[in-house]
Unconditional design. Structure first.
Length: 128
């Protein structure tokens, strides 16, 4: 499978170890782009937005914006209203899940990530 034919997933995550894990796990099946901030997210979407099929959004990001704010901003933009966004977070309380879904996330996954559950969730939205 050529890289052009593989769906592209944007992972918004500020932890380098988790970025590396996601790149290795997902890189077998998908093209993976990494952003560690809202600024990087916007730059990637501006340059490669037509290729991005899904966003995996960490809710706790260092810097000015967290994942909930970024999700709300994407949902407010007509260009990204239907882009699948999956919250990936260490926040595991029922209120955290409710807040993520209310912000516009399509699904919610808790860290530590269950590899099979992550891949099943991605496949549900964009296929294998």
């Amino acid at each position: 499978m050529t890289s052009e034919s593989r769906p592209c997933i944007l992972v918004v995550e500020d932890d380098a170890e988790t970025q590396g894990f996601m790149k290795i796990l997902l890189g077998r099946r998908y093209e993976v782009r990494l952003a560690s901030s809202g600024e990087e997210l916007r730059r990637i979407l501006a340059n490669e937005g037509s290729q991005i099929r899904m966003v995996l959004m960490d809710l706790s990001l260092k810097g000015g914006e967290d994942g909930l704010q970024l999700t709300r901003a994407l949902r407010a933009d007509a260009a990204w209203k239907s882009l699948p966004i999956v919250a990936v977070t260490a926040h595991a309380f029922p209120a955290d899940r409710a807040n993520a879904l209310a912000a516009g996330c399509d699904a919610y996954l808790e860290k530590p990530i269950d590899n099979h559950n992550l891949l099943r969730t991605i496949e549900r939205f964009i296929g294998p």
